[in-house]
Design a protein around this ligand. Structure first.
Ligand SMILES: O=C1NC[C@H](CO)[C@@H](O)[C@@H]1O
Ligand SMILES: [Ca+2]
Length: 440
């Protein structure tokens, strides 16, 4: 029915995305129900952070996407699993950062969708198990790992992303529970790192969470610093926190002063020494391709668009982006692809701002190339080699796929009444924490 999906027939593309989500969900329901991740080639499953224990990662990551797509029975089925089977009282160590953006965020976006208080209670129970990592530091910077039952900590040497990517989820939780401890802890960590910026206003990418001593000299907009900057902006966007806005503006001014580098038409942000500003290498990580969308959100639209268009040229060259490239000649430094959403994330953010068709074309290509290369028997798979012909898959499906690109694809193609596009707030994991239109 209708034109083939590779036209500008946006409703047909939206329907196509929705069908792909449903068939992937049915495979997960049949073969990996309640498990962290399905293995899309073999049909098996695997745990994420815990050793052979599961916290329903992909199920929780999928919930708000299912709701937005109108899969109400599947959404309710997933929520019932959470209410019946999910306990965080597990003697196992998890990443504080990953657990917050994926599981706290996933439970809160599902709560935002349906208002079921059991989901808020679950999110709060989990956040209460993460909070001790913030309070154990005299400067409020969390360790990287915590045991969900004993509170045992590990990973004193952390980084801006893992220590600074909490304030939207924790701020939403504080507002919903009227308990300000969560927001305050997330904010304190942001400030503790901001206060240690260099004389030229840059942050390095490793820090001791107890002493506040920098353990690296490398400043980057990519991992492991990327979502620190994203969440300074988001603290303003979602919570109206003016200090977060001021910190975002100060950090962004320093980045725009010291890191832009051009190769022909391409605009990059070089990794530089955080005190001298001297470029360190020509490496660009795919995860950094979110940054053009953030710049546009923060008001630097033109330079943001230039950076996203640069990454669009890399996508055109490879079809599916490699994990890292050389900025001078776009050669792949790592030829794997972990089903990454960042370029679709940036394009969707640009589209929400300026509604230019170029972003819909970029996202359509991102989607159709994923269908062509990453689709496997039981779902969507990472790639072991994007440069091979045909590209080689690997038997992994990451949890963020359910929360991120499938949602961005659907939202940019469909004009769903379930979302107020002008008020939409998406976390770094794609969790919608504002802008869902609950049906009366
Ligand atoms: O912020 C993040 N970083 C890595 C993942 C996607 O590549 C995902 O967990 C999230 O988008
Ligand atoms: Ca992200």
């Amino acid at each position: 029915i209708g034109a083939p999906p590779n036209s500008d027939n946006w409703p047909a593309l939206a329907k196509d995305v929705r069908n792909e989500m449903l068939s992937a969900w049915r495979n997960y329901r049949e073969r990996a129900w309640g498990k962290d991740q399905i293995k899309p080639i073999s049909g098996g499953f695997e745990s994420f952070s815990l050793k052979n224990q599961h916290l329903g990662l992909s199920l929780i990551e999928a919930l708000d996407t299912l709701w937005i797509m109108g899969f109400d029975d599947e959404f309710r089925d997933g929520v019932d699993w959470v209410k019946t089977n999910l306990s965080f009282d597990v003697d196992g160590e998890v990443s504080v950062f990953e657990t917050s953006i994926r599981l706290v965020g996933g439970l809160l976006s599902a709560f935002h969708a349906c208002g079921d208080p059991a989901l808020l209670a679950k999110a709060r129970d989990l956040a209460d198990r993460l909070l001790p990592s913030f309070n154990a530091s005299p400067i409020g910077i969390p360790h990287r790992y915590i045991n969900l039952r004993t509170g045992a900590l590990r990973g004193q040497e952390t980084n801006p992303a893992e220590a600074g990517t909490f304030i939207p989820e924790f701020g939403f939780l504080s507002q919903a529970t009227s308990d300000d401890r969560y927001r305050a802890a997330a904010k304190r960590a942001l400030i503790s790192m901001f206060e240690r910026r260099s004389k030229i206003g840059l942050l390095a990418d490793k820090i001791d969470c107890m002493t506040g001593e920098w353990k690296s000299r490398r400043a980057t907009i990519g991992p492991p610093s990327d979502s620190y900057y994203e969440y300074l902006w988001d603290g303003w966007d979602l919570l109206g926190d003016r200090e977060c806005l001021a910190m975002y503006r100060t950090c962004t001014a320093a980045i725009l002063k010291h890191q832009p580098i051009r190769h022909g038409p391409d605009l990059w942000f070089a990794n530089v020494d955080f005190e001298t500003g001297k470029p360190l290498d020509n490496e660009q990580d795919e995860l950094g391709s979110f940054y053009g969308g953030l710049l546009a959100q923060g008001g630097n639209k033109e330079i943001g668009r230039a950076h996203t268009r640069t990454w669009a040229r890399v996508q055109t060259r490879y079809g599916v982006l490699p994990e890292s490239i050389e900025s001078t000649n776009l050669a792949a430094l790592s030829t794997t692809n972990d089903l990454r959403p960042e370029l679709a994330d940036a394009a969707f953010n640009h589209w929400l701002i300026d509604r230019r068709e170029e972003w819909r074309h970029l996202v359509r290509d991102h989607y159709l190339e994923m269908k062509r290369w990453n689709k496997a028997r039981y779902g969507y798979a990472d790639l072991a080699d994007v440069a091979a012909n045909p590209k080689v898959q690997s038997d992994h499906n990451p949890g963020y796929w359910w929360s991120e690109q499938m949602k961005y694809y659907y939202l940019i193609f469909a004009d769903t009444p379930r979302v107020d596009y002008r008020r939409l707030y998406l976390s770094t994991e794609g969790n919608v924490l504002r802008g869902l239109r609950r049906r009366t």
